[in-house]
Design a protein. Sequence first.
Length: 337
Amino acid sequence: MPLPRLNGTLTPTGSPRYEQLFTDQLVTVMLAVGFDEYGANRSVDAIVEAGLLARGLVADRDAALDRLIAGKRALPQRAGDHFIGRGLTKDSDGRPVDVVLTLVRAADGSAGGEAGSAYLEGLNRCDIAAYGGHGRYGTGPDFDYNFTADLLDASGNIVASYSEYRDLEEALITSGKAHGRSVFAEYRQLVSKRQLVIRRVNSGNLVVNLRNYHTSEFGAYVMVDQLKTDANVRRMSKQKLDRKYRLWLFNGCRTHDYFYNLRNLNPQANLGGLDLLGTRRVVYWSAIGDSLLGLVDGVLARETFKQIVDRLAALNPSDGSDGETGPSHVADLGRRH
């Protein structure tokens, strides 16, 4: 029986609930940039900050907090950089609407747990939240390293160490061939013999689901295995969310994998009217910064969902070289009453 999945739609109807997003002439936004083992997130960090400044937002924590207080909104309790933009859009009555934006960045990954906490807090606090980074094979957002892996010889001595799926996969492909085993069989064999030791780095992982939608990909097995065996990993389904309207974007590879669990495991968010945007194919770090900023642009321009999805697709073209083609983003919209 196939595992459940909501694929979203390329042709959503209607628009975000701007009358609710712009209540009291204030909209709160969180943008979060996850972690990449090769450092790609650092350039995205800079692109997003420069883009915010170019759009008229100012990095001013005190002014941002004062505006939240004046708007009777919750104050941030976690790390993050805070921006404010005055009158960057208008409400349905033509009145200027201010933007208070929190930027959460994983940076070098050393404080992934704190970045993850700031992201979770922002999901509840903010009207709009967008994550850009690895999709981690459909498991959820991540703000630090995947893992470290040690290969041991028969005597228990470390012969090689890895911190990235691709490097470990290449090593296991080579060793597996020598024994007539696939990379998956080699992985299972070495783990069972305790000659492959995976050391979890899960403080920055936020688990949406543990279904393996990518059974042909080696990294998916390692990711799901190490998260399943970690009793302390943070589950999105356990987070308490106030009942209010929200718009969320998950801008990582194939994040429509998240939709099913987000719909079924967060009742308060869904009762408040949760609209989801995600991806249906591979996307690349080179476009993540522009994609996060593109969501901001679309909302401030009061675009429809279809216009926002098309805007994001234009920022994430595919040349088909990896077998992934077609538009990049889809929407799964909450119930309208």
